[in-house]
Design a protein around this ligand. Structure first.
Ligand SMILES: [Zn+2]
Length: 168
């Protein structure tokens, strides 16, 4: 296992449409493990492959219930097939430095995906878990949570980011 480097906005790969995964081999499973390790290292709760510079349709989502637990699921080629309810909540992203904002998401979703063995999975997620999945699936379509806030707020963030980058 290895920790990968997380790319941050405005890196172009974060805007790429991730490619569907067809081969379920050891390399894919290793990628999933690396992504999980990278997510935990960065204290994230989800990570999409675009965020480590790989535009392929795979995400990992933390499902731990205890403080020092490392339990996660891997979703390959995930599709949100149904969604209902709309809830606003604060969101941040490992690829969007020093920013968080309130974003509307479905309260309840249905997801179809494949696991690292290629087996079809289909389940319902709600609340925080559903929010993380929606955030990660957005990444696979080149979308960031800052695309879901007002253009005024986005503009302010871009200004702030410019300053941050200049001071680095
Ligand atoms: Zn993110």
């Amino acid at each position: 296992m290895a920790i990968r480097e997380i790319v941050t906005y405005p890196a172009p790969v974060l805007r790429e449409q991730a490619v569907k995964i067809e081969e379920f081999d050891d390399a894919l499973r290793e990628l999933a493990e690396d992504m999980a390790e990278t997510m935990y290292e960065s204290q994230g709760v989800g990570l999409a492959a675009n965020q480590i510079g790989i535009a392929r349709q795979i995400v990992v989502v933390d499902i731990s219930t205890e403080e020092d637990e490392r339990k996660y699921i891997v979703l390959i080629n995930p599709v949100i097939s149904e969604g209902e309810g709309k809830v606003p909540d604060q969101e941040g992203c490992l690829s969007v430095v020093e920013y968080s904002a309130k974003v509307d998401r479905f309260q309840k979703i249905r997801i179809t995906a494949q696991d690292p063995e290629g087996k079809q999975i289909d389940f319902i997620a709600e609340d925080h878990f559903a929010r993380i999945i929606q955030h990660e699936v957005d990444h696979l379509h080149g979308k960031l949570f800052i695309d879901r806030i007002s253009s005024l707020k986005r503009g302010l963030y871009k200004k702030k980011l410019k300053k941050i980058l200049k001071n680095q």
